[in-house]
Design a protein around this ligand. Structure first.
Ligand code: HEM
Length: 462
């Protein structure tokens, strides 16, 4: 499928049948995630309830129209709703052919069965919400927290009697002094994304003053990267997407203290993340970069074979090498649409640069979320084959991903890294310097975001 132009009305049925947030982030500041396990023997009630809920699901078409209204009339986007099922959820609803209808082995097995692939902590160490069998998740998102909370309470009331809530998670955008969305270590996040909509690609090319032929990095993506035909609906416009949810706790105090101990100033963090806090890519020299252009994304690592500007263990270089690294393997086929949001309360506003003593050691982090056409080939591939692998990519100083790298059975693990001696230098610190893992996986699950027509009809299994 090609780039999607929302102004081309031939896409209308497709946009109206697809859940929002897949091809473009919903853009709201607050989220509520309700995890459900349906009670035994209540299949009829659950089906009926999903059919009713389907009327409230925000389609991509509605999401785009709301955004346009906001741009033109400053009318704030309304409540956003999405719904997801796990493989166990489909089976509960008596869709017996899950094993043959869905191709992705990771989705079919569920995250608990795949933790050895990602080197995740044992299930006993996960939070209670995720240790249980999960059948479905509802995602609510809004800029108005009270409206969202009222809706969440209303939903919780409607499911009483046929469903158990295994847990509820809350996401909240946090910002730096420039108003940019950051993650809890303080770095601007969500800059590099595959782009599926024509207007987004046009805006990206304009911002970077380039075109797809000349760009050093082309974010243009075919929607096939994240969509598959909805296996249970016989409609050419019915698409869905596999969805990953992971609760990743961040020890911010530990990270900042360890970063300071490296004694490299701002470069330390930039070498661990791959971008400075404001988002500027560390691989760009002063001549190539642009002050204040944190959203700059037109770069690759071709001029930095030694890793002297951006080490190979930097998070962004590990999770997107920006070129093919293994013969016959298209690196772009592994990229996901990331839709994460920070969680947890901070006592001190992030925008005023809290000092170390004011930083949380736990209870905050990232609700990592991603859409893809294959969890095995995208999220799991990036986490296991790239981030966790100390030998990827072959280069002078690889190592596991400095932010999310995981070692089986060691949580947190401590890693040894050879940093460049100076910016751009191919000489490396010898002996290597140690740096620990400050991100801990607390649980999660694999889901599918079905088409809206599936939810509406909730057709009886064939
Ligand atoms: C708490 C955990 C995490 C933190 C703090 C974090 C932080 C960041 C930051 C600051 C960026 C740079 C902004 C950008 O380029 O968009 C980034 C980019 C990225 N992250 Fe993460 N991330 C986390 C988890 C993950 C996970 C679990 C994955 C996948 C397995 C992942 C994959 C990526 C990818 C693919 C990029 C874009 C790289 C590029 O295209 O240049 N991240 N992350």
């Amino acid at each position: 499928m090609k780039l999607i132009d929302p102004m081309d009305f031939s896409f209308d049925p497709f946009l109206a049948n697809m859940q929002g947030n897949i091809l473009k982030g919903h853009g709201r500041d607050h989220t509520t995630h309700i995890f459900l396990q349906f009670d035994k023997g209540s299949e009829e009630a659950v089906r009926e309830w999903i059919k009713v809920l389907s009327g409230d699901i925000t389609s991509l078409k509605k999401q785009l129209r709301d955004r346009e209204l906001y741009k033109r009339n400053n009318i704030k986007d309304g409540l956003f709703t999405a719904f997801f099922l796990t493989a166990a959820g489909y089976k509960y609803l008596d869709f017996k052919e899950v094993e043959t209808k869905f191709a992705d082995p990771a989705f079919k097995a569920g995250m608990k069965e795949r933790l050895a692939v990602s080197n995740d902590p044992a299930v006993e160490q996960w939070e209670k919400c995720f240790r249980q069998e999960i059948h479905a998740m509802i995602l609510l998102a809004d800029d108005e927290r009270n409206r969202m909370a009222t809706r969440a309470r209303n939903i919780l009331e409607t499911i009483d009697g046929f469903s158990t809530v295994t847990g509820v998670e809350y996401g909240n955008v946090i910002r730096n002094a420039d108003g940019e969305g950051i993650e809890h270590f303080g770095y601007v996040d969500g800059i590099s994304q595959p782009l599926f909509l024509k207007d987004e690609v046009d805006a990206w090319m304009k911002f970077h003053n380039t075109n797809p032929e000349k760009a050093f990095f082309d974010p243009t993506a075919d929607s096939d990267l994240v969509l598959i035909k909805d296996p249970y609906v016989n409609d050419p416009d019915a698409y869905g997407s596999y969805f990953v949810f992971r609760k990743l706790e961040q020890n911010v105090k530990g990270f900042k203290e360890a970063e300071e101990k490296l004694d490299m100033g701002e470069l330390a963090g930039a070498w661990l993340v791959g971008r400075f806090e404001d988002g500027s890519p560390v691989v760009l020299t002063d001549d190539e970069g642009m002050i204040g252009a944190g959203n700059y994304n037109n770069f690759n690592y071709n001029n930095d074979p030694s890793g002297g500007r951006c080490p190979y263990f930097a998070h962004t270089r590990k999770t997107n090498p920006r070129k093919d690294v293994s013969p016959g393997d298209d690196h772009k086929s592994h990229i996901m649409a990331r839709r994460g949001i920070p969680f947890g309360h901070r006592n001190v506003d992030t925008a005023i640069h809290p000092c170390d003593l004011q930083l949380p050691e736990g209870g905050v982090g990232l609700l990592f979320m991603s859409y893809q056409r294959s969890i095995q080939n995208q999220f799991e591939f990036i986490q296991s084959k790239w981030a966790n692998s100390p030998d990827f990519p072959s280069g002078p100083n690889p190592g596991v991903d400095a932010i999310i790298g995981q070692v089986a059975g060691q949580h947190p693990a401590t890693h040894a890294y050879q940093f460049p001696l100076d910016y751009g230098s191919d000489k490396l610190t010898d002996p290597p310097l140690t740096f620990s893992q400050f991100v801990t996986m607390k649980g999660g699950e694999y889901f599918f975001a079905p088409s809206i027509s599936f939810l509406k009809s909730l057709a009886q299994p064939a």
